[in-house]
Ligand binder design. Structure first.
Ligand SMILES: Nc1ncnc2c1ncn2[C@@H]1O[C@H](COP(=O)(O)OP(=O)(O)OP(=O)(O)O)[C@@H](O)[C@H]1O
Ligand SMILES: [Mg+2]
Length: 295
């Protein structure tokens, strides 16, 4: 695995990334869990490519396997079929080149905001002293947390914790950022602000990004491509190109092209949600039967 380059001030400056790396491909990926004598196929023959410098948003019915895919892409679990390829090389296990940010906070509670963001570059001995200080402060400034550098996670609001987490991920200069509903549970106003923070972060991130959300407007604000998943076993039902300039203004959002894309995405999501609901009902019926047999 390549050594990570240290974070530099230039990485958090405006402008396009100087090199495009972090092309991550799921090739015919499948995942089946076996529990006792029941097997559950969650992903089947899933193909998806995250391009360097581009944001892929994934949407699909609840329980279809989005988080499962993130775990496979991050290398936390192996696929049962197919493979995951990063910049031409098959991956095996997790690595600092692929960073996942989940819904649950992963900040170290015993470290301050500054120390949390500094943690990665510091333990890899990439930066120290004044250089580390200025790189971390630049990241904290990027998300408006410079005045909270010495606060511990418990002293930060939910939205502030998410922002600290996002720049902590960025400080590690990953090739791939995998974000699994990072704003779930935040109020609508904070969510809107976080979306803008994410846009800034994605613009400065040199690699590829995957963002899972259940909010179509949020997805369309962030995406270069929108991958709609089928009901379980999930695969990509349709990959929609989202070619609009950012930021996506109110004017754009009322344009015929945008509205047509949104309507298409809604229709696809609705179809799968209905199927998922029916399957869920069947599974609950199974459960009731099984429970009845036990009682
Ligand atoms: N370790 C595991 N063992 C067995 N089954 C699992 C495991 N992890 C996930 N699953 C199953 O995989 C399916 C997909 O779960 P996953 O969490 O990926 O869905 P999701 O699309 O992220 O849903 P949500 O939108 O609710 O977050 C579920 O049916 C879940 O029960
Ligand atoms: Mg999930």
């Amino acid at each position: 695995m390549d050594a990570l380059e240290p974070v530099r001030a230039a990485d958090v400056a405006d402008g396009p990334p100087e090199e495009a790396i972090g092309r991550l491909t799921a090739e015919a990926v499948g995942k089946t869990y076996v529990e006792q004598d029941r097997s559950r196929e969650v992903l089947k023959d899933l193909h998806l490519t995250l391009e360097a410098g581009r944001v892929t948003v994934v949407m699909g019915p609840s329980g279809c396997g989005k988080s499962c895919l993130i775990n496979l892409l991050a290398g936390y679990e192996p696929p049962t079929a197919g493979r995951v390829v990063l910049d031409g090389r098959p991956t095996a296990g997790p690595g600092p080149d692929r960073l996942a940010v989940f819904q649950e906070t992963a900040l170290f509670p015993w470290l301050t905001a500054f120390e949390n963001v500094a943690y990665g570059p510091k333990i890899r001995k990439e930066l120290k002293g004044a250089q580390l200080e200025s790189a971390v402060m630049e990241l904290l400034r990027l998300v408006g947390l410079e005045d909270f550098r010495d606060k511990y996670p418990a002293q930060l609001s939910g939205g502030m914790q998410r922002r600290a987490e996002l720049v902590r991920a960025l400080a590690n200069r990953p090739k791939v950022m995998l974000l699994d509903e990072p704003f779930r549970g935040l109020d609508a106003m904070t969510r809107g602000l976080m979306r803008d923070v994410c846009l800034t972060i994605f613009r400065r991130h040199r690699g590829s990004s995957l963002f899972v959300t259940s909010e179509l407007d949020e997805g369309l604000a962030l995406a270069d491509q929108l991958a709609i998943f089928t009901n379980r076993p999930a695969k990509v039902k349709k990959l929609l190109d989202v070619p609009f300039e950012r930021p996506r203004t109110d004017q754009l959002r009322s344009s015929p092209a945008y509205l047509a894309l949104k309507a298409e995405a809604l229709e696809l999501l609705h179809e799968e949600a209905v199927k998922s609901f029916k399957t869920g009902a069947i599974e609950s019926a199974d459960f009731v039967e099984a429970y009845g047999a036990l009682a």
